[in-house]
Write a protein that binds this ligand. Structure first.
Ligand code: GCU
Length: 339
């Protein structure tokens, strides 16, 4: 009798051990996973560009690299196409803590950090090489960090090439051709002044609304770099693209300063590395894409012009002169003095 009771006890004990061991084996990885995902860093990044755009591709590259470098513990979720708001709205969301990162044009940033107006100053850079010297040099670094006081840290610039005019009906071959044309501009005082100085009528409009704006004749034209002209399909409405290359407004990748400060030193280093790599990746991609899209739009019926830039440069001289003695004037001199 005792022998039987004993074997029941032993069997019960063994079953108990077996059940708790398997339960333990089943639960531990789940608990670890839950702990891991609680500790994981997921950064939300929103921007206004289309998924075909090289700058969007560069940001996906950055997200992949960050996930790789951090072994998956830090990730970036990218929301393209203005789904979370216009560029200005995204910057405001960063300041409110509703969004962690955004890629914006420096034109939209001008209202928050006035120094960024420098990139909208027309005909400032001699050529692409000169622009790269500035972006990669001491001034570029200073500007990246110049938004900290308003809670915005720059991680890298995505060189956005040069902006040129495109119009529905009348090509812009000389400044006089802008007379009477309503030209969509970014939400930037400098962009307004530039179009005004050239004789056009500047009309600020959100980038996401521009296609419809062109289609419904709310504006007669706009200005942008070739990849944006292409990826947002503005070429379907605007059949004249005049490569006057009047400005080199940059794209910049921002993170909320307080979010950056909360990241561990390891994650900060990985994120910076991933951002720098993505900027280099984008620079390569940009040149290929620009040549490709210029060819493509011509096949789709757009006439591409290369107007003489001298009359445009002469027309904006008073605008440049007016910066003398200001902070922007000081930056202009530094850029002009950069070899
Ligand atoms: C460029 C830039 C965008 C910006 C757009 C605009 O495409 O990359 O960030 O929104 O110009 O004209 O608004």
């Amino acid at each position: 009798m005792i022998g039987k009771a004993h074997s029941y006890l032993v069997a019960g004990f063994l079953i108990g051990v077996l059940v708790s061991t398997s339960l333990f084996a089943f639960l531990v990885p789940q608990l670890r996973e839950a702990q891991r995902s609680r500790d994981d860093v997921v950064l939300k990044l929103a921007h206004s560009l289309d998924q075909q755009h090289p700058v969007h591709q560069a940001m996906l590259h950055m997200a992949d690299r960050l996930a790789e470098l951090s072994g998956g513990s830090a990730r970036i979720e990218v929301f393209p196409n203005g789904q979370l708001g216009s560029e200005v709205e995204c910057i405001e969301q960063l300041q409110r803590g509703a969004l962690d990162m955004t890629k914006t044009s420096t034109a939209a940033l001008e209202g928050f950090v006035p120094e960024f107006a420098i990139f909208g100053v027309p005909f400032l850079f001699r050529d692409e090489q000169h622009a790269w010297e500035v972006y990669d040099g001491a001034l570029g670094k200073e500007l990246l960090h110049s938004g900290r006081e308003v809670g915005l840290s720059g991680l890298c610039f995505y060189d956005a090439g040069a902006r040129s005019f495109y119009t529905v009906d009348k090509p812009v071959l000389k400044p006089e051709d802008l007379k009477g044309q309503k030209i969509r501009v970014q939400e930037s005082k400098t962009a307004m002044e530039l179009v005004e100085a050239l004789g056009g009528s500047p009309t600020p409009m959100n980038f996401g609304e521009l296609y419809t704006g062109l289609q419904q004749s709310m504006v007669d034209g706009a200005e942008n770099n070739p990849p944006s002209f292409y990826s947002n399909r503005h070429f379907e409405v605007c059949k004249h693209y005049s490569l006057d290359e009047h400005s080199r407004v940059q794209d910049i990748l921002l993170i909320t300063h307080s979010v950056w400060n909360r990241l561990s030193p390891d994650i900060q280093a990985w994120l910076q590395e991933a951002a720098d790599e993505s900027a280099a990746f984008k620079r390569q991609l940009w040149q290929e894409k620009t040549a490709e899209v210029l060819e493509s739009v011509q096949e789709k019926g757009v006439t591409v012009y290369r107007p003489d830039r001298a009359p445009f440069v002469a027309k904006v001289k008073p605008m440049l002169d007016a910066y003398q003695g200001t902070r922007i004037g000081e930056l202009i001199q530094r850029i002009q003095g950069t070899p």
